[in-house]
Design a protein around this ligand. Structure first.
Ligand code: 5GP
Ligand code: MG
Ligand code: MG
Length: 190
């Protein structure tokens, strides 16, 4: 009950198999993550949040608003070549940061770590720009799928390897607007 068709009320009837992480669970976790990151920073050196577009956009807006200390926002867009549901590790910058990050404490805000290839490329790229520190906060991680070890300090949820959508995550640009994370019905991509 309550989860008969999670996408129906949002214009996606019959497309999602189930809710994986409900809206209230997401919001509760985001408040905890914001408190944890804030505890490791201070107002003297406010963290520079680097949101990785587009998937992390919902996460960063809720996360920034849950932070009990000031933070600044930057956006970066990268594309990682591969099929629709997996990445190859070949990364291209679609939109770079607007600012120099030299001496800044950077916190990369990611939606999901699957193979870890995109993030490991991004960490190297940003590290070469001379920040004071770089940490990563990722809302979701698929532990079984990690191909490269990446140091991620703050993790929201470890999830199974199934393809998920919602809360910023898309399949062919759809479903980003859902306020929860759900499992896409297999009939939608198989
Ligand atoms: P990685 O390079 O870690 O394999 O993949 C990172 C990117 O692939 C994520 O930022 C996300 O855009 C996409 N991705 C990986 N797993 C999923 C998933 O289950 N659902 C969706 N919608 N995108 C995913
Ligand atoms: Mg991402
Ligand atoms: Mg995508």
């Amino acid at each position: 009950p309550g989860d008969v068709d999670p996408g129906a009320g949002y214009g996606y009837p019959g497309e999602l198999a189930a809710t994986l992480i409900a809206e209230n669970a997401l919001q509760e976790k985001i408040r905890a993550l914001a408190a944890a990151v804030a505890a490791d920073h201070d107002s003297e050196q406010p963290p520079l949040l680097v949101c990785v577009l587009k998937g992390a956009v919902m996460f960063v807006t809720d996360f920034a608003r849950a932070m009990p200390i000031p933070c600044e926002l930057e956006f970066m867009a990268v594309s990682s070549y591969g099929s629709a549901t997996s990445s190859s590790g070949v990364v291209r910058i679609l939109k770079d940061l607007d600012r120099d990050i030299t001496g800044r404490r950077v916190v990369i805000v990611e939606d999901i770590i699957d193979s870890g290839l995109t993030l490991s490329w991004l960490l190297k790229n940003l590290a070469s720009r001379g920040p004071a520190a770089i940490d990563v906060v990722a809302l979701l991680r698929k532990p079984e799928a990690v191909k490269v070890e990446v140091e991620v300090r703050y993790i929201g949820f470890d999830i199974p390897t199934d393809f998920v959508v919602g809360y910023g995550l898309d399949f062919a640009e759809r479903y980003r607007d859902l306020p929860f994370v759900g499992l896409l019905g297999e009939h939608m991509y198989r």
